[in-house]
Design a protein around this ligand. Sequence first.
Ligand SMILES: NC(=O)C1=CN([C@@H]2O[C@H](COP(=O)(O)OP(=O)(O)OC[C@H]3O[C@@H](n4cnc5c(N)ncnc54)[C@H](O)[C@@H]3O)[C@@H](O)[C@H]2O)C=CC1
Ligand SMILES: O=C(CO)COP(=O)(O)O
Length: 392
Amino acid sequence: MAAADRLNQTSDILSQSMKKSDSTASIVTAEVPYKVAVVGSGNWGTTIAKVVAENCKENPQLFQERVDMWVFEEKIDGVPLTKIINTKHQNVKYLPNIDLPENLVANPDLIETTKDADIIVFNVPHQFLGRLTHQMKGHIKPTARAISCLKGFEVGAKGVQLLSDYITEELGIECGALSGANLAPEVAKEHWSETTVAYHIPKDFRGEGKDVDHRVLKKLFHRPYFHVNVIDDVAGISIAGALKNIVALACGFVTGLGWGSNAAAAIQRVGLGEIIKFGRMFFPESKVETYYQESAGVADLITTCSGGRNVRVATEMAKTGKSAEQVEKEILNGQSAQGLITCKEVHQWLEACGHIDDFPLFEAVYQITYNGVPMEKLPSMIEELGLEEDKE
Ligand SMILES: NC(=O)C1=CN([C@@H]2O[C@H](COP(=O)(O)OP(=O)(O)OC[C@H]3O[C@@H](n4cnc5c(N)ncnc54)[C@H](O)[C@@H]3O)[C@@H](O)[C@H]2O)C=CC1
Ligand SMILES: O=C(CO)COP(=O)(O)O
């Protein structure tokens, strides 16, 4: 490369990176500061609520200081969890030993938590989402906007649906997504990581200073220890986030069988291929480059397969021969491994639309988890189904 070209390239990179940091450093204001609410208070729910509450306190020109977090109420040693969070400022069950900001208020009443919110951040295991949106219907601001931090799909009469689209449809509000290589305990300890937020500016956008846009979302989620890139590809980041949980189960199976790093890498390679194929087949608006350019994609696949709950549950299943349900109960203390539900829902969808053979790894995980197929058969299941495909 000629020196002049190199110089131009360097100045392009510099100006791009300045643009990136500009959007974090510049002052973004709102005519009336936005009220933010978080729905969910599990391991990731509480972690994201902490991130958001820190930013709401630091940016009074943009956000109201108080952030309400809806908590599915339960008692810990006879004391309501909300009371513990609001006095001790720790979620002792789902995120122990992490101090939470005092402007984060735990609230057991879903409607009270969300009725005045301008921005609603959803963060619950996806099996509970439908019941919550059903309760919220008609009780939130029609002008509210939302971000879904959930990883999963809604599979039903309408086929396979992104959870952000499901929220939009149920509540009539625009919803984006947040997804990335983000094991909650590490983010909660403020160990550096990256994430991706995706949001489409809706047709009824009310204008800068009056409505949520990419700069507002960056201010809401970006921290020195949690670097945010905001893009448009809601489908891409949501597909990657949902499906990598199935791949992580497969990774756990081979890890628990003691097959080592080569097998784990093979699973991740095949898994990435199926994730991309699924996106192209069912969500053609998603972009392939999202998977390798964004934190939500290969990076999330790697971190989840290294130390997430799905890989831990599957490893334990392989080591003990216990069922998924039993292991989840024994080792996760009320948290859930979403891959167990997602692999079942993806199987139902692929069966309904006649595409099971196109996704041999996803199908193998389903058969092992729910139909007692031995884990040792995993390589041949992937290979056999692949050969079937070749015969056609
Ligand atoms: N934990 C993590 O490292 C990450 C999780 N995610 C995703 O974030 C979403 C939320 O996950 P977590 O916050 O980790 O949840 P979690 O797995 O810790 O789930 C426990 C939560 O579910 C609640 N819950 C239990 N029964 C309920 C019911 N009947 N109705 C409503 N809520 C009930 C509990 O109160 C608790 O808040 C999931 O989609 C997950 O895949 C995404 C990135 C990281
Ligand atoms: O989504 C995650 C990391 O980005 C968390 O994965 P697990 O649910 O497997 O812990």
